[in-house]
Design a protein. Structure first.
Length: 106
């Protein structure tokens, strides 16, 4: 099952965001502005929905469309492989819903 956007941040994530705000690079602020465009997120959501007939309503919760989009931008900017993206997400203390199929089309 896919979602358009991730759920609201929890209390701990807000505290962490404040602590690391000075680590943001200049391109990240520009990327945030571009990725706030609902039509771009909707396009990614629709693409994810086409992977399987009932992706919108059945199965495990997948990575939300806005997060997929952000990770694809990061992958491109850093010239990382999918495996490196998965490793970096895990190293940041995040858990992918299904790392075996993360971002990869079958």
């Amino acid at each position: 099952m896919i979602e358009m956007r991730r759920a609201q941040l929890n209390f701990g994530e807000g505290l962490i965001a404040e602590e690391v705000s000075d680590l943001r690079e200049d391109w990240m602020q520009h990327a945030d502005a571009v990725l706030a465009d609902e039509s771009i997120v909707a396009t990614v959501y629709e693409a994810l929905a086409k992977r399987h007939r009932k992706s919108r309503s059945r199965g495990r919760r997948g990575v939300p469309a806005d997060v997929v989009l952000r990770l694809l931008v990061l992958k491109h900017i850093r010239n990382w492989s999918y495996e490196v993206v998965e490793r970096e997400v895990r190293a940041a203390g995040r858990k992918l819903s299904n790392p075996k199929t993360f971002l990869k089309s079958k």
